[in-house]
Design a protein around this ligand. Sequence first.
Ligand SMILES: Cc1cc2nc3c(=O)[nH]c(=O)nc-3n(C[C@H](O)[C@H](O)[C@H](O)COP(=O)(O)OP(=O)(O)OC[C@H]3O[C@@H](n4cnc5c(N)ncnc54)[C@H](O)[C@@H]3O)c2cc1C
Length: 380
Amino acid sequence: MRMVILGAGFGGLELTSRLSEELGDAVDVVLIDQSDGFVFGFSKLDVMFGRAPAESVRHRYADLVKPGVRLVQSTVRAIDPVAKVVETDAGRFETDVLVVALGADLDPGATPGLVEAGHEFYTVAGAFALRDVLDSFAGGRVVVGVTSTPFKCPPAPSETALLVHDFLVERGRREQSEIALVMPLPVPIPPSPAASEALLIAFAERGIEWHPGCAVDALDPDRRVAVLSDGTGLPFDLFLGVPVHRAPAVVEEAGLTVDGWIPVDPLTLETAFPGVYAVGDVTSVGTPKAGVFAEGQAAVVADRLIALVRGEDPDSTYDGRGICYLEFGDDEVAKVDVTFRSGEAPHGELLGPSAELAADKAAFGSSRIQRWFGREWSAT
Ligand SMILES: Cc1cc2nc3c(=O)[nH]c(=O)nc-3n(C[C@H](O)[C@H](O)[C@H](O)COP(=O)(O)OP(=O)(O)OC[C@H]3O[C@@H](n4cnc5c(N)ncnc54)[C@H](O)[C@@H]3O)c2cc1C
């Protein structure tokens, strides 16, 4: 059976690893990605705040050697989900099974003024560039702001506000600074009241202003003011933004999306096109856009494909569960164990924050690099 997997991010890497581990050379898997390597979302924050050097957090695809898997570094230009044919800069691929794991694209240009007057910390380039910007920031008014929903890793803006606080304290610049956090959500983490409460307490203790239920619509570069969706404005010296997210254009052009994202069967991750699956941020499966959910979905698709190859009935289904780590600053991390199941209100338990859970999070990162790339790695 031929399988083509588009995107070697959290979802694509997990899927490929499981297929190779179970089936080895018995399958013909082509994994296509345009980048030269993988970077964890949380590593972006580590580099930005000077906790890890940029070169230590990039995991090169050239190191990915797995039986049955061929990695093609190329850009996907067209997808035909009916014929199951993919056009790339490296040629055309015909397949029996197609898995779309292309994630969410980020569009800083969609928010007027963001590129000219602010910074975004969601792309690898944007987060890495912020390291120097933060180093030379003398203090002042910092606004961390989200421009629209949905956005990846809903805890990340809250984590960023807390880490900005620590960063400024360590450099003796906190007293001459103010920090504000603008989010279009009513509470920091809607599925977990306990985590939201703990974050709101942490913001209050650190003097971080919390602006819920609002998005940043634009930045006014002349006045250096963030224009919020409720019509008010927040002045800033340093703006750290979460840009607009959208499905990659190639996915939309393929006719795979409805209302911007790929609808899938929430249990099997199959799209409306037989033999075409989608996992992770590119879908509208109902979980937040986060790596742990992409990974869980990829695991189910892997189980189902492995069963098909073995001539068995696929019975693995997606349970919507994921464990999210949450940086609280002060070298402490909390953990939210959350389940999103179709037809049920999501619920999430909070553990920590504690130094032990910071070690737990580092072990989570290391275990993925071990499984995906077959080498040791120590996350911060
Ligand atoms: C600051 C930050 C912190 C985060 N922290 C966490 C966290 O602590 N825990 C967590 O679970 N998640 C976290 N996330 C979210 C996480 O990074 C994403 O949700 C996750 O990577 C999604 O996985 P995916 O497989 O769907 O897509 P991705 O991992 O984004 O992979 C998509 C891949 O597709 C490739 N691609 C896209 N278009 C094309 C094309 N046309 N041709 C070829 N290749 C293409 C890309 O190069 C990319 O490698 C964080 C994100 C950010 C920004």
